[in-house]
Design a protein around this ligand. Structure first.
Ligand SMILES: [Zn+2]
Length: 502
């Protein structure tokens, strides 16, 4: 078996503060120009070949993105792609503009990409350039392909031009790296990334980054009584499944975790005994995206060297059919002793997560955040533009939403609680895993998961309805969006939601 090495190389970023002269513009192959919603003559005067650009701008099709595109009359025939946006546009709008401009500029040939925002206050310019940079770094990722002829990288390096002050891009770069890792792993064909090789990728990363690594295999999980995870895993024809735990400890090695990230990693979800039809099964190699987002977020935290003790739990298994696969009406016992009546074998994510949550909460972290492509009803409720957020601290709803607005990865809260468990009342076990048929499965799933968060630890659950969207979302152009990395960093750094937040 070949090993898997994620291709998440850094793209070099240079900064050139001050006026964008003709010579500065000559240094790039493509130039993204961001202008205010109503650019003035004075704005165009700050640019090389400004009157020509203003002429092209006047002939634009109103409301189009890019607003206009033209070639500069220089040696490189620099392709200039321009967009307009108001200085107080939301992060989501800025990221979306970035994605569209980058796509329009980098389609033709590989090169040095310039980014320049003219006509904004220094703070607004800094935010805008960082957001467009996020889009460029997302587009710079080469998703895994196995074509016999490899395509070259689209972006060789990036130059930030016309800055009114030096720009701190460290957070944007670290978030991009985490997001790129999540998308790279999620996009891998499922025969290239089984649960064993996935664990090996994580192990290699851990070695390289100095994280503590442990993999709980079937025998360990049996000893821990993790019968919910093992019910899903028993359908594998090999013993590949496992739960991986990572520890990032910038301070004391044995410190309790301030934060614990938990991810659903279903390598391929066939639906199990209750087999999915073809159309629903086609992209089910993406059902491990929650774990990839947890891992990507963990990488970003480590890259930023945040002064937090962080754990990461990845529940990695296939959900397959076969003589050993679990069935409807099985009764299984989770690691905290609670018993579950299996209803539908395609609701495997909540079982795999249940035991991972028990194990995570036993270590008394300050906060648990879990990520999962969990329910279709969440997509039905809010579409793939938003992800659903759920918590056992309802007073956090407005702050959780605000982190979504600030990061451009938008979430919407739903209620959970014991009252919803009455829906899951079972004759044979403590509760049913889900309803045979009925509404609000995202809420029932989250209320079910809450039963496996022990010791009343503060907990946030992301049902990643925005993880899979044709054409991409915000700054990301690929179908698998890696949604959640930027969001979580905003929860930590902007909202400082939990006691140990730096
Ligand atoms: Zn499923």
């Amino acid at each position: 078996m070949t090993t898997v090495v994620p291709d998440i190389h850094d793209i070099r970023i240079f900064q050139k503060p001050g006026r964008v002269t003709g010579r500065v513009a000559d240094s790039v192959d493509q130039l993204l120009l961001i202008l205010p919603a109503r650019p003035t003559v004075a704005h165009f005067r700050q640019l090389p070949q400004g009157s020509k650009l203003q002429g092209v701008y006047r002939k634009r099709v109103a409301g189009s993105t890019p607003a206009f595109a033209t070639h500069l009359a220089n040696k490189k025939q620099t392709l200039l792609v321009a967009g307009t946006i108001s200085g107080d546009a939301s992060a989501f709008e800025q990221l979306t503009l970035g994605r569209k401009l980058v796509a329009a500029a980098t389609g033709q040939k590989a090169g040095v990409l310039g980014i320049c925002a003219v006509g904004f206050e220094p703070d607004a310019q800094a935010t805008l350039v960082n957001n467009v940079l996020a889009a460029a770094l997302a587009a710079g990722l080469k998703l895994p392909t196995f074509k016999s002829k490899a395509a070259p990288a689209k972006i060789k390096s990036i130059r930030l031009l016309g800055l009114s002050k030096p720009l701190d891009t460290s957070r944007t770069e670290a978030e991009a790296k985490g997001n790129n890792l999540a998308r790279w792993l999620t996009s891998l064909p499922p025969n290239m990334l089984d649960a064993v090789r996935y664990a090996d990728v994580v192990k290699d990363l851990a070695k390289e980054r100095g994280w503590q690594y442990k993999r709980f295999v079937t025998k360990d999980l049996k000893a821990l009584g993790a019968g919910a995870f093992l019910a899903v895993a028993q359908g594998n024809d090999d013993d590949s499944a496992g739960i991986v735990r990572l520890r990032y400890r910038p301070g004391a090695k044995n410190a309790n975790a301030d934060l614990s990230l938990v991810g659903k990693g279903i390598i391929f979800d066939t639906g199990g005994t209750n087999l999915k039809p073809f159309a629903s099964m086609l992209d089910m190699h993406g059902d491990m995206q929650g774990s990839a987002v947890a891992l990507g977020t963990f990488l970003t935290i480590s890259e930023l060297e945040l002064p937090l003790a962080v754990d990461c739990w990845l529940a990695l298994t296939e959900n397959r059919t076969g003589p050993n696969a679990y069935k409807s009406q099985d009764v299984v016992t989770a690691a905290n002793g609670k018993t579950i009546q299996i209803i539908h074998t395609d609701a495997e994510g909540r079982l795999a997560l249940a035991d991972a949550l028990v194990l995570a909460s036993r270590e008394h972290p300050g906060l648990i955040i879990d990520y999962a492509t969990l329910t279709g009803t969440c997509v039905s409720a809010i579409t793939s533009r938003y992800s659903g957020v759920f918590t056992n601290r309802a007073e956090w709803h407005s702050r959780l939403k605000r982190a979504g607005r600030r990061s451009g990865e938008r979430v919407w809260p739903f209620p959970i609680g014991k009252e919803f468990l009455t829906e899951l009342k079972s004759d044979t076990a403590d509760f049913m895993q889900c309803l045979p048929k009925g509404a609000g499965d995202h809420i029932l799933a989250a209320s079910f998961l809450a039963e496996f968060v022990e010791n009343d630890i503060p907990w946030v659950h992301l049902d990643l309805s925005a993880a899979d969207r044709a054409g991409g979302l915000a700054h990301v152009g690929s179908k698998f969006t890696g949604f959640g990395v930027r969001y979580t960093i905003s929860v930590i750094l902007d909202e400082k939601l939990f006691k140990a937040s730096p």
